[in-house]
Design a protein around this ligand. Structure first.
Ligand SMILES: [Zn+2]
Length: 249
């Protein structure tokens, strides 16, 4: 096991003999990208595909991801979790990927669905690879030959900035099995039963910790660091991501 925390925004790396977990970058309101790579097959899965996902994959130093990327799971429709999908699909098309691919997202996740449909409509005559999106609900699963995924509904508010109305949005956390290893990712959430189920007894839990302090109870969009560390105790090991980036004034 190797943990690497030079910066609040990553990169963070965790490995065992079955899987490498690489978080090249994660910052609240900017982007989160998590790359799982199977040690045995080299197959890759993305958990969220924020802005810069393509650049982050390229910076791993090999173009092989064009063929080895097997699955993408998007936690919710906020731009910092799915804004990189169009660029990534465009690159795969340009490089003439031929392998099929699946994208998982929460049921009714309109932002991600529209981005994917828009890409498909623009290039439907000239797509060298087939890809499908699947709308997951609480406790539904999706398996490929390489990654076994189970989704859990979490509680994350959506429109609070734009309209000042707090509305729960479609949001999922994921548990992913690679061999006998379970990687858990909360996505964005407040403390809720779903978030606890996602991380429970995982070999590695990746937990958002947006807030330095715990906000008043009526305004619980995200986890605080304290809540994230409490949640992390339910897993065998954990790392925190999705900090608010420090900006020089
Ligand atoms: Zn969010």
């Amino acid at each position: 096991m190797e943990m690497n925390e030079q910066s609040e925004t990553g990169p963070f790396v965790w490995t065992n003999d079955e899987v490498e977990v690489n978080v090249p970058f994660s910052a609240a309101g900017v982007s989160t990208v998590i790359i799982l790579t199977s040690s045995f097959t080299g197959k890759m899965m993305l958990l969220d595909v924020g802005d810069g996902a393509l650049r982050d994959l390229l910076e791993k130093g090999s173009i092989q991801f064009v063929h080895d990327l097997d699955l993408i799971a998007i936690t919710h429709g906020h731009f910092d979790h799915m804004g990189g999908i169009h660029s990534l699909l465009g690159f795969l098309r340009m490089m003439k990927r031929s392998e099929k691919m699946h994208i998982l997202l929460p049921v009714d996740c309109i932002e991600a669905i529209e981005a994917i449909r828009g890409f498909r409509n623009a290039y439907k005559e000239t797509l060298p690879f087939g890809f499908w999106y699947h709308e997951l609900t609480d406790r539904s699963g999706f398996d490929t030959d390489f990654f076994k995924v189970k989704a859990f509904e979490v509680e994350h508010f959506g429109m609070e900035n734009a309209t000042d109305q707090d509305l729960l949005m479609p949001a999922l956390g994921y548990r992913v099995r690679v061999g006998d290893t379970t990687i858990a990712y909360t996505g964005d959430t407040r403390i809720c039963a779903g978030a606890e189920e996602v991380v429970k007894e995982a070999d590695l839990a990746i937990i958002e910790a947006t807030r330095k302090n715990t906000p008043p109870p009526e305004r619980r969009v995200h986890l605080s660091e304290e809540e994230a560390y409490d949640l992390g105790k339910l897993a065998k090991e954990f790392m925190v991501v999705h900090r608010i980036p420090e900006v020089k004034k």
